[in-house]
Each structure stands twice: as structure tokens, then as C-alpha cells.
Design a protein around this ligand. Structure first.
Ligand code: QAP
Ligand code: CO
Length: 169
């Protein structure tokens, strides 16, 4: 098991479009384990491979209170069942310290593969539906700050750049 480094906005590597996973091998299982360890340690409720600088289409999520319901989505595809949206205050491990309201479709279908390559579909609702869409955006190089005004996004970018300079010493 290993903790992975999480890239932070505005790191340009977060803009990379992830490639389809084709090998359901031991290396993939290790990556999934390391992503869960990294997400739980943060602590967070979702983590996409893009955020740990692995540009493959997989993400891990656990929105449960007890942190005992790990979910893995490999090569996930979302279809919108009903276009009506709901607002949620979103954060992101790659945008630490900032939470903003984002509207997303609330009735979706997600088809994905599990760690052994088996295809499954779910119709998530509530926080899980929000989180899956947020994480799939990462795989396409998109961040929740992209849904905000340019002014808000620039303010967040400047504050994080300042924090990164302080961290660097
Ligand atoms: C995505 O985000 C998400 O700012 C997952 O200082 C979040 O796990 C989807 C975190 C909310 C829907 C709603 C954020 C940890 C964790 C921070 C996360 C922070 C420490 C974010
Ligand atoms: Co995120």
C-alpha cells in the first residue's frame, strides 16, 4: 500500500484527458488500493486517477458515513436520464480549502467496469450521483472550478498559487 501525491489546481497535468483502461491486471488492482488509501487518508469521498497523475479512466468513491462502502468505476460512462439539475456544494482534493455550488443532472445512469473487467450499471442519486459526475470530469481534464465565474476561478487560482509558493518555502 502507498500514499500517492495529489496534484493541485492549477497544475496543467489536471487538464490531461485520461485513456481507456484495457489491462485488468495486478498493477491495476494495486493502483486501486493505493487510490483508496490516498482518498481515505486525505480524507475525501472521491478520487480520480488523473488527480494522482495517472491518466487512465478509473475513479474510486466512498460516500458512506462509516467509510465502509468502497466503489470502483473503471471506464465509466454517464448518460443523463432526466435533464433536471440539483445544486450541491462541491469541494475537491485538488482544490483544497474551497467549496462552491455546482448544478448537475440528478438522474443519471452510469455504466462502468469493475477491477476484474466485468461491466455493471447503476442509477446513483444524491451525493453519489454528484460525486461520480465530478470524478468523471477529472478524467476529461475538467475541474469543478470550471463551472464557476472566471472571477471566482481566478481568485481561487491566485490563492492556491500563493499557498504553493509558501509550501515550497
Ligand atoms: C468530490 O471531493 C466531491 O477542500 C470529492 O481541504 C466533493 O473528497 C463531490 C477535501 C463534494 C461532491 C461533493 C476537500 C478534503 C475532499 C478539501 C473530496 C479539503 C480536504 C474533497
Ligand atoms: Co475533485
Amino acid at each position: 500500500m502507498a500514499l500517492l501525491e495529489i496534484l493541485e489546481f492549477p497544475d496543467p497535468r489536471l487538464r490531461t484527458k485520461a485513456q481507456v483502461v484495457t489491462e485488468f491486471d495486478a498493477a491495476l488492482k494495486t493502483l486501486v488500493e493505493d487510490m483508496f488509501e490516498t482518498m481515505y487518508a486525505a480524507p475525501g469521498i472521491g478520487l480520480a486517477a488523473t488527480q494522482v497523475n495517472v491518466h487512465r479512466r478509473l475513479l474510486v468513491i466512498d460516500v458512506s458515513e462509516e467509510k465502509d462502502q468502497p466503489l470502483v468505476f473503471i471506464n465509466p460512462e454517464v448518460t443523463i436520464v432526466d435533464p433536471d439539475t440539483a445544486e450541491y456544494d462541491e469541494g475537491c482534493l485538488s482544490v483544497p480549502g474551497f467549496y462552491e455550488t455546482v448544478a448537475r443532472p440528478q438522474h443519471i445512469n452510469v455504466t462502468a467496469q469493475d477491477s476484474s473487467g466485468k461491466t455493471f450499471s447503476v442509477q446513483p442519486e444524491g451525493l453519489l450521483a454528484v460525486c461520480i459526475q465530478h470524478e468523471i470530469d477529472h478524467l476529461d481534464g475538467k475541474l469543478f472550478v470550471d463551472y464557476l465565474s472566471a472571477l471566482k476561478r481566478t481568485r481561487i487560482r491566485r490563492k492556491l498559487e500563493k499557498q504553493h509558493r509558501l509550501d515550497a518555502g
